[in-house]
Design a protein around this ligand. Sequence first.
Ligand code: ADP
Ligand code: ZN
Ligand code: ZN
Length: 759
Amino acid sequence: MRRASPKFGPKPVPDLSAPLPAPRAGVLLPRPLAGAYDYKLPSGDNAPRGTLVTAPLGTSEMLGVVWGPAEGAVGDNRLKLAQPLDGAPRLPEKLCDFIDWVADYTLTPAGAILAMALRSRGAFEPELRRTAYVKGEAAPPRLSEARRRALAVAQDGLARSVPGLAEDANVSTAVVRGLVAAGALVATTLPEFAPFAAPDPAFAPVTLNGEQGRAAQALREAVAAETFSAHLLDGVTGSGKTEVYFEAVAAALATARGSRSQVLILLPEIALTAQFLERFAARFGVRPAEWHSDLSQKERRRVYRAVMRGEARVVVGARSALFLPFPGLSLIVVDEEHEQAFKQQDGALYHARDMAVVRARIEGCPVVLASATPSLESFVNASGGRYAHHVLARRHGAAELPTVTLIDLRRNNNDCSHRLAGRDAVDTALKAQWLSSPLRAALQETLAAGEQAMLFLNRRGYAPLTLCEACGHKFTCPSCATWLVEHRYRRRLACHQCGYETAAPPDCPECHESGTLIACGPGVERVAEEFAAFFPATRYAIASSDTMQTRGEIQGPLRAFARREIDVLIGTQIVAKGHHFPHLTLVGVIDADLGGADGDVRARERTFQLLHQVAGRAGRADKPGTVLLQTRNPDDMVMQALARGDRDGFYEQERAFRAAAAAPPFGRLAAIIVSGYDGEAVRAVARELAKAAPPAKDVKVWGPTPAFYALLRGQTRERLLVQAARGVDMQGFMRAWLAAVKVPGAVRVTVDVDPVSFF
Ligand code: ADP
Ligand code: ZN
Ligand code: ZN
């Protein structure tokens, strides 16, 4: 792990080869408690680390895991009994070690991390069996037409449920039951879940080009070495990174021996699309197992179980898949490794990319980080030689990188410029507000050529602020003090922080004037409205996370665009990532200055990454792409680097900035967030924390200051920031500090090691 100082390492793990002093053990419960608790085990039971047990806690029974030897000297009669589960399932030992490591690093109780690894409660229960029917020997006495049809279908020998056969044969379930009663169909049992078919590494390999081939070869060798190594697969969008790491996956599947046979591919939740799964199936013959927040309980149980038994060979998952009980990993891939979405922002604050590197090290297998715009951390690791660096410089085939042109909003289109900056006048249909004339001309040309276009704005809804022209009243969230965003299609005003919503009122609630409320600034819905006014005959759709709540609904507009049922896609981040649209040749960015979070250390990097990704959607096949960036800061280093296509120039400059500021990865950061409903108590704890900071060399403590969201969901929030030199034992420092302050129950203190957002 690149940030680990020599002083800092995983907690010493008990000697696991020595038999535990049965019959007692320390059992970790999936709760944010201090550590493992001692329990008795049934006599004669040898329960090694990882053994799953049910353990009484208070008045309830809960699932727990044998974590190590018992510690206390409590007499046997005072200990409660923990009972190993039927069939003695166990979490792999290396997963237990990983959980300890993550807990230690993030200063989170190990039980809270364990809870993430036990996400499927039902996975350890005995498998249910289903009854199904196959054709029997006996012939039914009376053969109606319906019965004949049902038997004809059953002729294939497949086992079906009663409703299943009824549906396949288009008969009623009564007909099928009649055949069962007559003995013409006989019962059999099926496993609860369909098994996962093994992906076939030889199913449909592609012929790689030269630079792809070299990268793939290096990754294959790393897999064959069966030992830890870290790789940055750094290739421009469309260069074939996915094809290359698929070769590493194929190698892992083809050469895997013994229990080292599984592969984990981590994707940001938003990139985990049907398109990706289908692409995997096209290469390997079957879909991989998937793991993400939208799975049903049942599907969760199926995948968890199959992973634990080594039957699911490849899992494609969002960050939480990192805590699945793989008995033997031979490869981990983190695609779009720069994505901020890999950092979990509530509960245990861990960064899945960084922890993937840790898990690979514990498992003793390679990890591949793939991106067209790596995080500066990974870029520095790769150029410093800590990670192997595999560069794919060219798009595959005829595709060329798009040309990027800046549209200076200050000169080019005055009406757009002042409106993007702030207040607008009354809406007038055909007066351009957000689409500058060069962008409209380019849209015209693209559509006339029968090609597709995408408009991108990093802002959901219709307008980010609603204001009364008469009295100046602004609509804000009652519990967050943030502006309410207008969602015109739904006629709602919504808080994007807490989800509070209210109907959009016709009149000002403050001065009661009517017709004085004006929408300020654009969201995607408003851009779409203007687009439709200028291009009334063009088919378009909006893709934004709040017009589309479920994963399935997100796919709709994207699929329609891929099938060319629409010509223009107008969207937020959702459209920026990973998609491949061969006929998309024009990308228009409505407000390029709205990229990253203001003022934080990664703002430039994030803006660059986002715009580079969006731009990368254009011209991915044989037709060249054009990208137009509307900006009020055309001289900014990010805009300049994008226009020149000088990615590495941007990275070098950014590296120099960060090094000079001792910002990550050249220094370490940790944040403390103090929150609670009682503002005074929160501020008092924050002040006390600031006073109690232990003096330490090369450590600076800033704050407390009100957080960016100083009021969130009704809670007051204060922040402190710790900045330390790279060699400092941050965890040790934080532990000593936190131990020095007593925090009342009504105030919460959250530690965020390596924060990526500063709200
Ligand atoms: P990246 O992940 O770097 O954005 P992809 O792996 O998605 O790039 O490749 C871009 C497109 O080019 C995909 O449609 C992919 O199938 C195709 N492609 C890349 N390399 C090859 C190859 N060697 N042979 C055939 N098609 C390829
Ligand atoms: Zn008013
Ligand atoms: Zn709110």
